[in-house]
Design a protein around this ligand. Structure first.
Ligand SMILES: Cc1cc2nc3c(=O)[nH]c(=O)nc-3n(C[C@H](O)[C@H](O)[C@H](O)COP(=O)(O)OP(=O)(O)OC[C@H]3O[C@@H](n4cnc5c(N)ncnc54)[C@H](O)[C@@H]3O)c2cc1C
Length: 301
């Protein structure tokens, strides 16, 4: 079948790879090429954050956890399994997504917190990973072309709509709204573990091979992609409180991305269009699970 995928973020590229693997002919069209997308700004750890409904998100997250586990052994994919610690103000029961990870253990919380647990999660270096996904599309015979669309294309057998926040226009779906996320990149100071505090003031610290990504913000309905100095200062203060070693790290640069939030992630077929958007704060975490479902909805090659 001739399939056009709209969108070259992590959701579109993963769908394209899975569809090509199933024998479809796939062309990706996108206004922003992979390294220019929101996906390129993601921190990115596996974590089912701000995506709904929980039952489908759990299944998609579990599938992606396994897929990223396998990619951790692949040269150049930019995926590493790392232990980390999530902290809380007060004692916690097990998380709703517990069954998606092989082990999760409560540990003594750092000073100033009421509870903490540790688990191993995939850390995905998005610029490397998106480049690797794009090269997989190419190797498997697909194409990626820059094109700013004012409507979904008509003509291919099936169109897969992975436009992220662009689905507001392309699917006339005003329930997709931006949740603005700002990050600061710091120099690596020998940090191995990730840290997360997902309370009202979302704070995370994600070590990568050559730098550390710290965040964040989750500003609902905010469209500005310009980094704010006030946000950066608040992010750094919270991150340094959580991980005091960061005092020694130099600030390298600042980025902003707009998470495509929706009351529920949309993975559904409507005629010749398969919609796959609204992954909120978990597009990386859900990407392999939702791509498998898209393959089922597209049907046999
Ligand atoms: C600061 C930050 C940190 C994050 N951290 C994590 C994390 O740790 N883990 C995690 O799982 N997720 C994380 N996320 C969320 C994740 O980044 C998103 O859920 C994910 O990027 C959504 O991917 P997408 O492919 O749907 O959208 P995008 O990456 O936005 O891609 C959309 C694509 O559609 C194209 N498009 C849109 N409109 C049109 C049009 N009219 N014509 C042609 N093309 C169009 C765009 O050009 C682009 O290519 C984070 C997000 C931010 C901002």
């Amino acid at each position: 079948m001739r399939v056009t995928v709209v969108g070259a973020g992590v959701v579109g590229l993963t769908c394209a790879v899975r569809l090509l693997e199933e024998g479809h002919r796939v062309d990706v069209l996108a206004r922003d090429l992979p390294l220019e997308t929101t996906s390129a700004v993601a921190a990115a750890t596996w974590y089912p954050y701000r995506a709904f409904p929980f039952d489908r998100v759990l299944a998609w997250s579990a599938r992606s956890y396994d897929a990223f586990g396998a990619l951790a052994g692949v040269d150049g994919a930019g995926v590493t399994m790392r232990s980390g610690i999530e902290v809380f103000a007060a004692p916690q029961d097990e998380p709703w997504w517990r069954s998606a990870v092989p082990a999760l253990d409560h540990v003594p919380p750092p000073v100033g917190y009421g509870d903490a647990w540790t688990f191993e999660a995939p850390v995905v270096e998005m610029p490397l990973y998106l480049t690797w996904l794009a090269s997989r599309v190419d190797e498997l015979g697909g194409t990626i072309t820059r094109l700013n669309l004012s409507a979904l294309p008509v003509g291919p057998d099936v169109v897969v709509n992975c436009a992220g926040i662009g689905a507001r226009l392309l699917a006339s779906d005003s329930s997709v709204t931006p949740v603005r996320g700002q990050v600061v990149y710091l120099s690596q100071v020998g940090l191995e573990r990730w840290y997360l505090d997902s309370s009202a003031d979302l704070t995370y610290v994600v070590p990568r091979a050559h730098d550390i990504v710290v965040g964040g913000t989750a500003q609902e309905g905010e469209w500005s992609r310009t980094p704010s100095a006030d946000d950066a200062e608040a992010i750094l203060a919270r991150a340094r409180r959580l991980v005091p070693e960061l005092e020694a790290a130099a600030v390298l640069r600042h980025r902003v991305g707009l998470r495509p939030a929706r009351p529920q992630v949309r993975v559904e077929r409507a005629g010749d269009v398969v919609h796959c958007y609204g992954h909120g704060g978990a597009g990386v975490t859900l990407s392999w699970g939702t791509a498998d479902e898209v393959v089922d909805l597209v049907g046999p090659a």
